[in-house]
Design a protein around this ligand. Sequence first.
Ligand SMILES: NC(=O)c1ccc[n+]([C@@H]2O[C@H](COP(=O)([O-])OP(=O)(O)OC[C@H]3O[C@@H](n4cnc5c(N)ncnc54)[C@H](OP(=O)(O)O)[C@@H]3O)[C@@H](O)[C@H]2O)c1
Length: 337
Amino acid sequence: MEEIAIGASGLKASRIGLGTWAMGGWMWGGADEAESIATVRAAVERGITLIDTAPAYGFGRSEEIVGKALAVAGMRDKVLIATKVGLDWKDGKVFRNSSPARIRKEVEDSLRRLQTDVIDIYQVHWPDLETPFAETAQVMEDLRREGKVRAIGVSNYSPAQMEQFREVARLDCVQPPYNLFEREIEADVAPYAERAGLTVLSYGAICRGLLSGRMNLKTKFDGDDLRKVDPKFQGRRYPQYLAAVHALDVLARERFGKSVLALAVRWVLDRGPTIALWGARSQGQLDPTGEIDGWRIDEATMREIDAILASAISDPVSPAFMAPPERRPPDVNLAAA
Ligand SMILES: NC(=O)c1ccc[n+]([C@@H]2O[C@H](COP(=O)([O-])OP(=O)(O)OC[C@H]3O[C@@H](n4cnc5c(N)ncnc54)[C@H](OP(=O)(O)O)[C@@H]3O)[C@@H](O)[C@H]2O)c1
């Protein structure tokens, strides 16, 4: 599997990272622990050496599952664990908090749940506007110097916010949403990352399953599954996105003999110094990992893809619905990712 350096940290990871949000169950209609554990192991067996998780994913569940899967199989030293910090929760509602006190508490909780003594990549999950960026950056840098974390990242930050952060701490990577349907970072975060030498860990590589090719107008989502409120899966927009998936699938099969899912992951990898974070919660979902390496999307096909997107989706929408609220007594049951 292709590899990439994580900023200036000296660490290297596979360019496909396993996303484990759904394994926490929360906002994905529940999860099966045994299958989740088997999926983590299957990912490592397939050559994936980066596993992305977060405390907020099931309020500790996702981290616990990752920790247990790696410990029991003796696989901890084969992978980089990327987790996050800076979200708090009360009564099942999540809000931002990157204060030094919160970070100091969370790092110990994460190390315990992950059954490890070092976090390879520690990422501030969302910018917290009520804590000065310099304070957040300082405690992250302190953790690196203390040996509790090896590389530092931020997620959902703007270039201006990263600039403030980097005055105090060495930043190695950034984690924004990025996939064929969510390309907002091309205007600012991606060029900034390239200039600053940051590796981009692109989340939602298959747009919450929309680019898997499995979805149709009859697909049902259970329980608290976020796709019940994701605007791409609603009303007039859903058929537009499905039409784009269909046209991309035809293109992928005719031109490359690949599925639309493989095209979507390859597309992320061919856009720059990126890692595609691919969420999976069953072993079979990782079967297409073998389809990603050994080919590239040429420039002419990139332009054809753009034309398909422009003609099929007349009413695009960003993933902004996932942003959790700022720190204050939470009164909205809002999403966070
Ligand atoms: N930093 C942040 O704010 C943030 C936000 C979002 C995500 N992330 C990270 O990025 C990771 C990836 O994003 P994501 O999980 O939200 O979305 P994603 O990778 O775009 O989609 C994941 C979902 O796609 C479906 N899927 C996966 N493989 C499939 C296959 N082979 N065939 C059919 N369906 C398949 C599964 O849903 P079903 O099982 O329901 O079919 C899976 O849960 C997350 O797990 C998390 O680690 C970070």
